[in-house]
Write a protein that binds this ligand. Structure first.
Ligand code: ATP
Ligand code: MG
Length: 234
């Protein structure tokens, strides 16, 4: 469904992705592992067609359509949603407003504010709080809720559990697993192998802008050795 082939991305003259090839099939949860600075966010931003980085080689197909010449808005219209790294919110908008600016509150189809609140009761309790009054975990839940409001078929999640307390990490992992089971495809950037294994069907390891390893989660559960070597963990 998502097919990235031999992708080359640049920030100015800095060549960051050196021919990345990766696929996400319908309803599949795929983890993208790799240490800091290896190009994970650059790949996610390339797929979303954000202004930076520039994609100067390779192809990005979604259901057979090339995404290269689309704007981020047009990519979102094709039901690809982004949960960006760093969970930026609008400081002065309430939780409900964050969810409804993407879709009218009266909408009845697909994901609604009420459905997001059912998934995250904590957000329902905080519905009138503003972006700058939320904890890290609440912000991340809201970022996921916002992504769901476009009724995605694919969500790109960039380190959603980064910097969160362990109980919040577990909570988000179980939400991500639940979402995966509803048939949503997910490309999850994750630095922690065990977190990735708890949710993903398949894993890729990115190293300095290249995929250096690909494996099914089942294969990694049986033998973590090869993957550990590619992650630089001994
Ligand atoms: N806006 C930018 N301008 C120039 N170089 C950048 C920019 N953003 C990232 N880079 C560089 O591109 C490389 C890949 O960065 P990227 O943010 O994709 O890594 P990452 O794998 O997401 O890391 P992390 O796990 O820390 O989020 C790094 O060398 C980084 O310094
Ligand atoms: Mg990153």
């Amino acid at each position: 469904m998502l097919e990235v082939k031999d992708l080359h991305s640049f920030y100015g003259e800095a060549h960051v992705l050196h021919g990345v090839t990766l696929t996400v099939r319908p309803s599949e949860v795929v983890a993208l592992l790799g240490r800091n600075g290896m190009g994970k966010t650059t790949l996610i931003r390339s797929i979303m067609r954000l202004a930076q980085p520039q994609v100067r080689g390779g192809s990005l197909h979604w259901k057979g359509e090339e995404l290269h010449d689309l704007t981020p808005h047009e990519v979102a219209k094709r039901r690809i949603a982004l949960v960006p790294q760093g969970r930026r919110l609008f400081p002065s908008l309430s939780v409900t407003e964050h969810l409804t600016i993407l879709k009218p509150a009266s909408a009845k189809d697909g994901w609604t504010v009420e459905r997001v609140f059912e998934m995250f009761p904590r957000l329902a309790e905080r519905r009138h709080h503003r972006g700058n009054q939320l904890s890290g975990g609440e912000r991340q839940m809201l970022a996921v809720g916002r992504a769901l409001m476009i009724d995605p078929e694919l969500i790109l999640m960039d380190e959603p559990t980064e910097g969160l307390a362990p109980v919040m990490v577990q909570h988000l992992e179980s939400i991500i697993s639940d979402l995966g089971r509803t048939g949503l495809a997910i490309l999850l950037v994750e630095q922690n192998l065990y977190s990735a294994l708890s949710v993903a069907d398949r894993l890729y390891v990115l190293e300095t802008g290249k995929v250096v390893h690909e494996a099914s989660a089942d294969a990694v559960r049986k033998d973590q050795g090869p993957l550990m070597r590619f992650l630089g963990v001994h």
